[in-house]
Design a protein around this ligand. Structure first.
Ligand code: NDP
Length: 255
């Protein structure tokens, strides 16, 4: 097999949570460009028209399944629906996430719980339900979208729940990787820096001094720049890699 062939996902089925917009949309398109059939796991089917139109010319099979990732029963139903529609699951990308900017003393109980629920329990629910299928079939690749915020404290905005939640995602990645490696299931994380989406207001003037001017590359990233990394982690190109956190932040966390 030639080196570029190891990146191919032809014949595979990949699931992406939060695939309707932002980073998830770019990742599901990248996986489809690598030849994978794709399952969009979203809260609301009505929000998927644009990404489905983008996927259409790629000629892969697509399915849309619904779940709030914080609800373990809905997630299990989504696993069953994905397999019923496309027959198998080889790759899971845990992308759905939430962030709230708030100084620690002002964070409400609801805000703390919401961020931890989506970012930690959501990743757990999906990893456990899809992981059960992967362990049983003896292969699979899970890519958790963590963040550089697991390693640094962002500024000038404070976001304690988010930072803690992403640190949990990174260590859950290592924990599942160790446990499931003998079963042929690899678990890695991708940790982006500032990427232009609705979650990250990278153009806001109040953030420019810290988010852009402080960064070695002096710019934010685009969702499309994460696509190749997720294809690498999902595919045989990373066959000897598990429990790793790949940071893609334009060098932001070097300083
Ligand atoms: P967006 O806010 O643009 O999109 C978030 C996505 O998550 C949406 O598709 C949303 O669905 C989905 N989602 C949120 N809560 C739930 C839930 N309970 N159940 C199912 N889906 C849910 O964020 P980004 O695209 O920027 O972020 C994607 C991932 O990348 C997140 O994990 C984030 O933490 C991470 N990340 C982002 C960075 C950035 O700078 N943008 C940097 C580092 C990491 P809906 O449309 O229904 O709301």
């Amino acid at each position: 097999m030639g080196v570029l062939d190891t990146f191919s996902l032809a014949g595979r089925v990949s699931v992406v949570t939060g695939a309707n917009r932002g980073i998830g949309r770019a990742l599901v398109v990248a996986l489809a460009e690598a030849g994978s059939d794709v399952v969009l796991l979203v809260r609301d089917v009505a929000n998927c028209a644009a990404v489905l139109a983008e996927l259409e010319p790629l000629g892969v099979r697509t399915a849309v399944v619904t779940a709030d990732v914080t609800d373990a029963r809905e997630v299990q139903a989504a696993v069953d629906a994905a397999i019923a529609q496309l027959g198998r699951v080889d790759v899971l990308v845990n992308n759905a996430g939430a962030c709230i900017h708030r100084p620690a003393l002002e964070v409400t109980e609801d805000e703390w719980r919401t961020v931890m629920d989506v970012n930690v329990n959501g990743v757990w629910n999906c990893a456990q339900s899809f992981g059960r299928v992967m362990v049983a079939q003896g292969h699979g690749s899970i890519v958790n979208i963590g963040s550089m915020s697991a390693n640094i404290v962002n500024r000038p905005q404070w976001q304690p729940a988010y930072n803690a939640s992403k640190a949990a995602v990174h260590h859950l990645t290592r924990s599942l990787a160790a446990e499931w490696a003998p079963a042929g299931v690899r678990v890695n994380a991708l940790a982006p820096g500032y990427i232009k989406t609705e979650m990250s207001p990278v153009d806001a003037p109040e953030f420019r001094r810290y988010w852009i001017e402080d960064a070695p590359m002096q710019r934010f990233g685009l969702p499309v720049e994460l696509g190749p990394s997720v294809v690498f982690l999902a595919s045989q190109a990373s066959s000897f890699m598990t429990g790793e956190v790949m940071v893609v932040d334009g060098g932001y966390s070097l300083f």
